[in-house]
Design a protein around this ligand. Structure first.
Ligand code: NAP
Length: 287
């Protein structure tokens, strides 16, 4: 990569940020498209997020991604929040407009939808209710994607019921009913479901395992795990063994980067097997 006087700048703000795969992802696309651009890790402590975002236009940045812990706090800093991000209650992509104002988007719902479309093209929103495990930030993006896709019923299973109830209140629509369930009901709610998605951190390396039997889930229902470390979680391994179509979380991560890249650097990009392999190489520790 060569930096010039006209190099377009973007990056990712997080604290910590060193673990992020976004510089690798955007660096891959910059090489592939030969755009004169650079994408930098920007370690920003929580108390500085306002100043850091306001500095983007001053420093000539086109925008940035946001990761933990800035995805909610940035909402009150920016000038405009797209309606989808407002509904989800979190933003992960900032675009500096030509007049220097800041526009915020949430591309996780887009990433989830695109990954699902690509991985299970035969899945249809009318197949049956969707079961979502979890009610955190990513669950809200997944639920928004599924309501927009036209799923008529979404069943949320979460440990903290008040959090799931808030999600249901915020995201249900005239065409999508959202119901809330405890883990005791996790098996029962899978009956006649058309899709199951894990959005909890259970099953992630370093977190407790996700213990769930899939006996009631119709065999044709795809099982998605948005956790991508490890790539094949215990849930996906069990689902694969039972013959379900399975979808790992890496595709969502890769697809969510596309709108930001296109806005900052002005080139359309794709998620290819080469890109996936480059990122997978960073997930699997060398033996
Ligand atoms: N593939 C992607 O692009 C992508 C994007 C975003 C996130 N993710 C992954 O998704 C996962 C969740 O992220 P998030 O941002 O939604 O996190 P979050 O807002 O902190 O939510 C965490 C969720 O996990 C549940 N949970 C955590 N520990 C639990 C336990 N011991 N028992 C039962 N439930 C538990 C929480 O339940 P309570 O509400 O009861 O606490 C909550 O529903 C992470 O692993 C993250 O890496 C992937």
């Amino acid at each position: 990569m060569k930096i010039t006087g006209t190099t377009r700048l973007a990056g990712i703000m997080g604290w910590p940020v060193a673990h992020s795969r976004s510089p690798l992802l955007h660096g891959f696309w910059l090489d592939e498209t030969a755009v004169d651009g650079a994408y930098l890790p920007l370690p920003v402590q929580p108390e500085h997020i306002g100043e850091a975002l306001r500095a983007l236009p001053i420093l000539g940045f086109r925008g940035c991604n946001l990761t933990i812990p800035h995805k909610q706090t940035a909402l009150s800093v920016v000038d405009r929040v797209e309606p989808l991000a407002r509904r989800i209650g979190a933003v992960n992509t900032i675009i500096v407009a030509p007049d220097g104002t800041l526009e915020a988007r949430n591309t996780d719902a887009f990433g989830f939808r695109e990954n699902l479309r690509e991985a299970v093209p035969d899945w249809h929103p009318a197949t049956g209710p969707a079961v979502i495990l979890g009610a955190g930030g990513s669950a809200r993006a997944v639920v928004a994607a599924l309501t927009d896709a036209g799923v008529a019923e979404i069943r949320i299973v979460n440990r903290t019921l008040t959090r799931a109830e808030a999600l249901a209140r915020d995201l249900s629509t005239s065409t999508t009913r959202i119901t809330v369930h405890s883990w005791v009901e996790a098996s029962q709610v899978q009956r006649n479901a058309g899709l199951l998605v894990n959005t909890t951190s259970l099953g992630m390396t370093g977190e407790p395992p996700l213990v769930l039997d899939l006996l009631s889930l119709p065999p044709s229902a795809p099982v998605v795990d948005i956790v991508y470390v490890p790539l094949e979680t215990g849930l996906l391994a069990a689902a694969r063994q039972r013959g379900h179509p399975v979808v790992d979380g890496l595709g969502m991560l890769l697809h969510q980067g596309r709108p930001g890249f296109e806005a900052w650097f002005g080139a359309a990009v794709r998620v290819t097997p080469e890109l996936r392999a480059a990122v997978v190489a960073t997930l699997v520790p060398p033996r």
